[in-house]
Design a protein around this ligand. Structure first.
Ligand code: BGC
Length: 426
């Protein structure tokens, strides 16, 4: 039996500009992908050519039965040089928004999804105290031009990710010095080459290059959240009807006896400490992929017998429900699940993942938690950052030689659930 969701529930899928559009040549990632010694398995290149094929893609999403599409606008396209705004890029995104309207799809538009313009990095990147103002200026411009078409906007995708990266790097350095192991010489050489190349291409010493996904100082992390509040004010001013939120990446944090304090600390660091910046938003964008379990000595490895996704983490769709409940307890905002998904070549497991995740969303709604939508990550198999095109999160496969789209059974499955619910009117 199909689960009944509230009328008007947003059923959708998500993408991010750099992962799908292709030829995002003015972004910092584009540069980082091309350099010798790059940490990227392959460059994004033409990606899945969504910049050209967006109309068909939005039509396909609607044809599947979905009624919402979360995508991002690329800052480096809108403002390729500081203060120079490119009208043709605005026209492009207007066309996308019009296509959504034509197909009856509600757009949820992200303004920053990991990538930044190269000029921003040259100007100090996310460590610069000017970055919040620069980001708000770009958001203001976009909303002045396109706000009438944008009902929901997410300022920054996974704004807590720089903190997570900073913690991982610290842990890594610590364990290295404790164990007194150096990196293997080949990797070390590769890293040195990369750092020298990076420094040359940005014209800055390596330690002054601060993209979004890099370890940041406390000030840098504060800049990210100030960028959110300043952008929120700018968006509200230039497009008052657009609802504004942020998105955070949240694990279902659990503990075994003795690990409670670690788990509490993790929740405090990854979520609770940011509430003051978010509490005046119009909604909360919740992103969850798996759980994380703490024991007395810290984070526990994925259990040996657990099913793993292509990303190496645990298949754990029930985590979504737990995270929604946790967020709702601490933040009185409507929630949109802006990302949830699984990298796998076994589409049956994607279907199972979706079913369990949606059962959790449904249970939360039944308990009165205002969950307004579910955006599956991702609409298309795409460029999974450092891991290149090797990880498959899509509801729809892409033959990259021809750019042909091939919906998987999971796409029809999610679409069918959405459609069945669209027929319910009371
Ligand atoms: C990001 C996406 C990414 C996905 C899967 C999220 O952290 O927002 O850009 O592709 O996870 O790893």
């Amino acid at each position: 039996m199909e689960l009944r969701f509230p009328v008007g529930f947003l059923w959708g899928a998500a993408t991010a500009a750099h992962q799908v559009e292709g030829n995002n040549t003015n972004s910092d990632f584009w540069l980082m992908e091309q350099l010798e010694g790059s940490m990227f398995m392959e460059p994004s290149g033409i990606a899945v050519d969504h910049y050209r094929l967006y109309k068909g893609d939005i039509g396909m999403l609607a044809g599947l039965g979905l009624n919402a599409y979360r995508f991002s606008i690329e800052w480096a396209r809108i403002e390729p040089e500081e203060g120079r705004f490119d009208e043709s890029a605005i026209e492009h995104y207007r066309d996308m928004l019009v296509a959504c309207r034509v197909y009856g799809v509600t757009p949820i538009v992200t303004l920053h999804h990991f990538t930044s313009p190269q000029w921003l990095i040259r100007a100090g990147g996310w460590e610069s105290a000017e970055t919040p103002m620069r980001f708000a200026r770009y958001c203001e411009y976009v909303m002045r031009k396109l706000g009438e078409f944008i009902p929901y906007s997410c300022t920054i995708n996974e704004a807590n990710m720089p903190l997570a990266i900073t913690k991982i790097m610290k842990r890594h350095q610590l364990s290295e010095s404790v164990a007194q192991v150096g990196l293997n010489t080949e990797i070390k050489k590769k890293m040195e080459t990369y750092q020298a190349e990076l420094s040359k291409s940005f014209g800055l010493p390596y330690d002054r290059i601060h993209p979004f996904l890099s370890p940041l100082s406390e000030k840098g992390i504060e800049n990210v959240f100030r960028a959110h509040t300043e952008a929120r004010a700018a968006i509200r001013k230039s497009s008052p009807q657009t609802k504004v939120g942020i998105t955070l990446s949240l694990y279902d944090i659990q503990s075994v006896p003795g690990g409670e304090a670690h788990a509490e600390k993790a929740m405090q660091e990854e979520f609770l400490q940011f509430i003051p910046y978010l509490k005046d938003d119009d909604f909360f964008g919740l992103q969850n992929y798996t759980r994380m379990v703490y024991g007395p000595d810290g984070m526990l490895p994925v259990p040996a017998d657990a099913e793993k996704t292509q990303m190496g983490y645990e298949f754990y769709p029930q985590g979504l429900e737990a995270v929604i409940r946790y967020v709702a307890k601490h933040l009185g905002l409507p929630i949109i699940v802006t990302e949830n998904g699984i990298a796998t070549d076994d589409d049956d497991r994607r279907i199972a993942f979706i079913d369990r995740a949606l059962a959790g969303v449904h249970a939360c709604i039944a308990d009165g938690i205002p969950v307004k939508g579910y955006m599956h990550w991702s609409l298309l198999d795409n460029f999974e950052w450092q891991l290149g095109f090797s990880k498959r999160f899509g509801l729809v496969a892409v033959d990259r030689a021809t750019q042909r789209r091939i919906p998987k059974p999971s796409a029809f499955h999610l679409g069918r659930i959405a459609r069945a619910n669209a027929l319910i009117t009371n």
